[in-house]
Write a protein that binds this ligand. Structure first.
Ligand code: UD1
Length: 461
C-alpha cells in the first residue's frame, strides 16, 4: 500500500521524542471528526451546487481526499478549518479516479456511491488493503448491485454502471451481512438520487453516519432512521448545496480521555458529544475515573489507581475498535489483569509487541489480549504500525520511565490534528524532528536510530 507520506515527501523521516513521567493539566479543544469530514467531502459529489464544511480537521487524509476530488475537476479550497467544495465543473473524462490517491486512502472508495448516482457510471481503483485487516468491499458491491448497477472488475479497477436509459439506480431493500460503516455510507449516498424507496437493514449506527444523513437532509435528501439499524431513503431528483459543521471527533476525544487516565491527571475536553463516547466513559469509570459532563464538555478525574477492566470491541454504540490500542496502553498500567478482545479487524494487535518492549505484560491469543498491569513502563524506540497504535505509543510514552522515540508518524498525522501540540499545551514534553533521508535506507536508518540516543530507562527487547 502506498503511504500518504510517499505522496508528500518520502525523504522525510519524522519522529517524536516523548518525555515520560509527565503530569498533564488543563483543557483540550477537540477537532472535527476525520471519518465524518472524509465522507461529507465525498457526499459533495452528489450536487452541482457549492458545499461549505466547517470544523474540518487539517490532516493528511483530508488533503488526499481533497486531491482526489480536485483530480476529477472539483474546486476544493481549505482555509484553516473551513472547506469549500464546488463540483459543477466535474469531468469524469478519463472515466477513472487516480490509483495512487484511492490506494492511499481507503475511505476514498465511498466516492463510488455518489459518482455512480450522479453520472450513472464510475470507474474507481480498488482501495488499498490496510494493515489492520483484509477490509473487503463485498458489502459495498452487493449493495450497488441490489440498487440495479452492474459492477465488474477490470484489473485493479471496479467499474459500476446503471442499467437503464435514465441512468438511474432503483430503490430496493438491502440487508447488510455485517454492520459496515463504509458500506452503509456507500449505499446511503448511492440511493439518495435513486428512483423509489431504499431500505438498508442491519445498517451501521455510527455518529459519522448520522452526521452524513444530517448533511444530506440539508441538501434535500429524504432519510429516516440514520443512527438506527434500519435506514429508509426516499429517492429525490436533485440535491442542492449546503453549509454544514462537522461533528467533534469522538476518537480523538477518547484518546485524550485515555491520556488523562494513563497519566492519572485530570483534564477537560470540549467540544464533545458525550453520548458518542458512552461505551468509553463506562469503561473509564470502571477503571476508577470520575467523569463529569455537561452538554458539550467532559471532565475526567482519574483515580490514583487504575483498575483492570475487560473490553470487547463492537460496532457503535459498543466500544470502538479505534480506541482499542490506546486503551491497551492504559490497561498495561492498571492494577490486575484485563482482557481485550478485538472483534472488528483481524490484524489490529500490532501495538502489543511494542508495548511488550516497554515492559508491558501482555499475552496474545489470536485477537484476545490478556494484560497483567505493571507498575512501570520503560521508554524505548517504538513504531506505530497504524493510526491508532501510533497514538497508543505516544500515550504509553507519556508515563514511561525515560524518553521514548516514536516513528511511523505518517499514520499519526493521518488522523490527529496537532496531536503533540495539544498534548504539549497540557504540559507534555514532546518534540518532533524530521530527518531528510529516505527511510528505506536501512543501514543509515540504523545509524540514525543510534544517534537518536533513546533515553534512560529504555528497554529494547
Ligand atoms: C470505518 C472507519 C474506521 C473504523 C471502522 C470500524 C472511516 C474512514 N473509517 O472503517 O476508522 O475502525 O469503520 O468502526 O470511517 N467488512 C466486510 N465487507 C465489506 C466492508 C466491511 O466484511 O464490504 C467488514 C470489515 O472487514 C470489518 C468490518 O466489516 O471487519 C467493519 O468494517 P467497516 O465498518 O466497513 O470499516 P470501514 O468503513 O473501513
Amino acid at each position: 500500500m502506498h503511504s500518504v507520506s510517499s505522496i508528500s515527501d518520502s525523504n522525510l523521516f519524522p519522529y517524536l521524542r516523548v518525555q515520560g513521567e509527565i503530569d498533564l493539566s488543563g483543557q483540550i479543544e477537540i477537532s472535527g471528526a476525520k471519518n465524518s469530514a472524509l465522507v461529507l467531502m465525498a457526499a459533495s459529489l452528489l450536487t452541482e451546487e457549492p458545499i461549505h464544511l466547517s470544523n474540518v480537521p487539517k490532516l493528511t487524509d483530508i488533503d488526499v481526499m481533497a486531491k482526489l476530488l480536485s483530480s476529477i475537476g472539483a474546486n476544493v479550497n481549505q482555509i484553516s478549518n473551513e472547506l469549500d467544495i464546488k463540483t459543477n465543473g466535474l469531468s469524469l473524462s478519463q472515466n477513472s479516479l487516480p490509483y495512487e490517491l484511492v490506494n492511499a486512502l481507503r475511505a476514498s472508495f465511498v466516492c463510488i456511491g455518489p459518482l455512480l448516482a450522479r453520472f450513472g457510471e464510475v470507474k474507481i481503483p480498488l482501495p488499498g488493503g490496510c494493515r489492520i485487516g483484509a477490509r473487503p468491499i463485498n458489502e459495498h458491491i452487493r449493495g450497488l448491485r441490489a440498487l440495479g448497477a452492474t459492477v465488474t472488475f477490470e484489473g485493479e479497477n471496479v467499474l459500476a454502471k446503471t442499467t437503464n436509459l435514465r441512468n438511474k439506480l432503483i430503490g430496493t431493500k438491502i440487508r447488510l451481512t455485517c454492520k459496515s460503516v463504509g458500506a452503509t455510507e456507500t449505499i446511503l449516498m448511492a440511493s439518495i438520487l435513486a428512483e423509489g424507496k431504499t431500505t438498508i437493514e442491519n445498517a451501521a449506527r455510527e455518529p459519522e453516519i448520522q452526521d452524513l444523513a444530517n448533511m444530506l437532509t440539508k441538501m434535500g435528501a429524504k432519510i429516516k432512521g440514520a443512527g438506527t439499524s434500519t435506514i429508509i431513503i426516499e429517492g429525490v431528483d436533485h440535491l442542492k448545496g449546503c453549509i454544514h459543521k462537522v461533528i467533534p471527533d469522538r476518537i480523538e476525544a477518547g484518546t485524550f480521555l485515555i491520556a488523562s487516565a494513563i497519566t492519572r491527571c485530570p483534564i477537560t475536553i470540549f467540544p464533545v458529544i458525550p453520548k458518542h463516547l458512552e461505551a468509553v466513559l463506562i469503561k473509564l469509570q470502571e477503571c476508577g475515573c470520575l467523569i463529569k459532563q455537561t452538554e458539550n464538555t467532559i471532565k475526567i478525574i482519574p483515580g490514583k489507581t487504575i483498575y483492570a477492566v475487560d473490553i470487547t470491541t463492537m460496532p457503535f454504540p459498543g466500544f470502538p475498535t479505534d480506541l482499542q490500542a490506546p486503551f491497551m496502553s492504559l490497561l498495561s498500567t492498571a492494577k490486575g489483569t484485563s482482557k481485550i478482545e478485538e472483534t472488528i479487524f483481524e490484524k489490529r494487535m500490532q501495538h502489543v509487541g511494542e508495548l511488550q518492549r516497554m515492559g508491558a505484560q501482555i499475552q496474545l491469543h489470536d485477537n484476545i489480549a490478556l494484560i497483567q498491569g505493571v507498575n512501570k513502563l520503560f521508554a524505548t524506540s517504538l513504531t506505530g504500525g497504524d493510526l491508532r497504535s501510533s497514538a497508543a505509543m505516544v500515550l504509553a510514552g507519556l508515563v514511561a520511565k525515560g524518553t521514548s522515540v516514536i516513528k511511523g508518524l505518517s499514520h499519526l498525522d493521518r488522523g490527529y490534528e496537532n496531536f503533540e501540540k495539544k498534548l504539549c499545551n497540557l504540559g507534555a514534553n514532546i518534540k518532533r524532528t524530521e530527518v531528510k533521508r529516505p527511510i528505506s535506507n536501512r543501514k543509515n536508518t540504523e545509524k540514525l536510530e543510534s544517534k537518536m540516543n533513546v533515553g534512560s530507562g529504555s528497554q529494547v527487547a
